[in-house]
Design a protein around this ligand. Structure first.
Ligand code: PRX
Length: 572
């Protein structure tokens, strides 16, 4: 360990004994029943605490472009955006989608939406129009805030979205014409709004809607509320160990939950400075960014760490990374080699943190000061009761070393409050009084959790969940495709990637040209993350006697694993 400064959490064991979420409530000056508006807490409150002129946000884009914002700038920008939305007639609880690259307007727009009391629906800017359509349709989104680079995708589907009233283009400099029903907004040109009364939202008022993929059906909108702040604030403080003088870098895009819970809400509710780099991955650029901004706390993901490992140590030596004092990781299994490597190369280990879009905040983690067992996610955050349930009975298991389902006792502040318009899917997430994560793990004799894998067919590629159903549905739209099955296959950097098996309609023959044609067809409809790396033509797919495609048989082959029970297989 490089640092001897005591961690924010202090003793884990002591915290476990007297833990209550009221610790966070008190620190935030919140009493049950009060108004609670995340955007107000991230901006106005920090200014009131005397940090108005402190740097809140340093943004860097292509070619070294840089923008800086103080907490007062965040306050004014969110006021101005909220007031602009209000002027358009957008009302509380309506969904406003943020569909942009990681430009400042994404972060400031997010705060503006929340300040107005509307619901922020961030969507990853690489989504194709089909991915966008299902999510905007499901949420009955009122407005989309986007840029010229992405507006065409919204234009293409606009007619199919009767609820979509406003398309706001934030980088319009009057150069490119907008179409009817579109409106330009420039933060730089807008008159800053000094006073804007943040919406008097309450603990259970809706705040953020993130879409996540399951095995069946379309993606689900995970409903979060303003009270989630309580969990996000305290976990950012204790797990990420954020302090007043930190320079924090969260590498996640706010299109995903890490980028909002810990790329906006956590650090800014603590009044901490954060830096954002909006350029593609390169080891040199990343180290350069750390060196230039003297990053102290770095929250990243296993795929990025594995890519850095691949880039080697010479490039590390070219940079002064001595500012780093704490590292954490999320989103996929953090392999033991990555922890050992970072300890050797940076002099610091990556601390694992496990959670989900649905949990809204970190559940199981290697808190600072806790012994690190490389490859283990370590222990539940204080206030989180996590256990393993028997795979068949859903009863808590007591034996160590046996694989079970990770389950959490409901009731932590950031827990999802439902899936948008999908009560049935929400109910399925609970059994015997436990929230089911859908992941499998083991627990060792010290109470450390070891991730085993998902309990469903969802593919986790580079930390992004891909629904096989979504990819299969798009494949089936191609006129030559009769049936499809999508599974994961191993990959050195992304841990797993998407592979599709396809049977063809009578009269169609497998060929390289057809493969290319299908790839091009689905590329326009899917996000790059969900794109299969490989399409394999096959005469038939393994099915149960009732006709259900058995993805696990295909998956087992890809991973060189035992196929398991195939007694229900039809065509063996
Ligand atoms: O399977 C687990 C994996 O990512 C899933 C959640 O994905 P998402 O909702 O997109 O949220 C990702 C960021 C919070 C989990 O169900 N996962 C997440 N963190 C870890 C992990 N798998 C292993 N180790 C982790 N630390």
């Amino acid at each position: 360990m490089k640092t001897t400064i005591p961690s924010n959490i202090g003793s884990y064991e002591a915290r476990l004994k007297d833990f209550s979420w009221s610790i966070a409530e008190k620190e935030l000056g919140y009493r049950p029943g009060d108004d609670i508006n995340i955007a107000w807490y991230c901006t106005d409150r920090i200014c009131k605490m005397g940090k108005a002129s402190k740097t809140a946000f340093i943004w860097e884009g292509l070619g070294g472009a840089e923008k800086k914002y103080t907490f007062n700038d965040l306050r004014l920008a969110s006021n101005t955006i909220a007031s602009f939305f209000k002027g358009l007639g957008i009302r509380r609880e309506q969904r406003v989608c943020l569909f942009m690259d990681r430009i400042p307007e994404l972060y400031l727009g997010f705060l503006g939406v929340l300040k107005l009391g509307a619901v922020a629906q961030p969507l990853f800017s690489a989504f194709g129009d089909e991915s966008l359509l299902v999510r905007l349709e499901n949420a009955q989104t009122t407005a989309v805030m986007t840029t010229h680079k992405h507006v065409n995708k919204v234009r293409k589907i606009r007619e199919k979205l009767p609820h979509l009233k406003h398309i706001i283009v934030v980088d319009d400099q009057g150069k490119k014409p907008l179409q009817a029903g579109e409106v330009a907004f420039s933060l730089e040109k807008a008159e800053p709004v000094e006073d804007f009364q943040a919406a008097a939202t309450k603990a259970e008022s809706p705040s953020v809607l993130h879409y996540t993929s399951g095995t069946t059906g379309q993606p689900k909108g995970v409903r979060h509320v303003h009270y989630s702040l309580i969990s996000q604030y305290l976990t950012a403080k204790w797990v990420l160990d954020l302090r007043d003088d930190d320079m924090y870098w969260c590498t996640a895009d706010p299109g995903w939950v890490t980028g909002t819970s810990y790329g906006i809400i956590g650090p800014w509710s603590l009044g901490v400075t954060q830096c954002v780099l909006d350029v593609g991955f390169s080891a040199d650029a990343w180290y350069q960014f750390i060196e230039k901004h003297k990053i102290t706390m770095w929250y990243s993901a296993p795929t990025a760490i594995r890519s850095l490992m691949k880039a080697g140590e010479e490039v590390v030596k070219k940079h002064d990374l001595s500012s780093l004092r704490h590292l954490a990781s999320v989103g996929e299994p953090l392999n033991a080699e990555a922890v050992v490597w970072s300890q050797r190369v940076f002099g610091l280990p990556f601390h694992d943190s496990y959670w989900q879009t649905e949990t809204g905040s970190i559940m199981i983690t290697n808190l600072p000061g806790m012994k690190i067992k490389p490859g283990s996610m370590a222990k539940p955050f204080p206030g989180i009761t996590a256990t393993l349930l028997d795979l068949a009975t859903f009863e808590p298991m007591n034996s160590t070393g046996k694989v079970g389902l990770i389950a959490v006792r409901p009731g932590w502040p950031a827990m999802l409050r439902g899936y948008w318009n999908n009560e049935e899917a929400y109910k399925k997430k609970f059994r015997n009084g436990w929230y089911l994560t859908g992941d499998r793990a083991t627990i060792d004799q010290d109470g450390y959790f070891w991730f085993v894998g998902r309990d469903d067919d969802v593919i986790n590629t580079a930390g992004h969940l891909v629904s096989p159903f979504e990819v299969e549905s798009v494949l089936l739209e191609h006129p030559a495709v009769a049936e499809s099955a999508v599974v994961s296959k191993p990959d050195e950097i992304n841990m797993e990637v998407v592979k599709a098996f396809v049977t063809l309609k009578p009269g169609r023959q497998p060929s390289d040209d057809l493969q290319l044609e299908i790839m091009n067809f689905i590329r326009k409809k899917l996000s790059p993350l969900a794109m299969p790396q490989e399409i394999e033509f096959t005469p038939s797919l393994p099915k149960t006697r009732s006709g259900k495609i058995m993805r696990r048989v295909l998956k087992a082959k890809e991973w060189g694993q035992e196929i398991g029970d195939i007694s229900t297989l039809e065509n063996d």
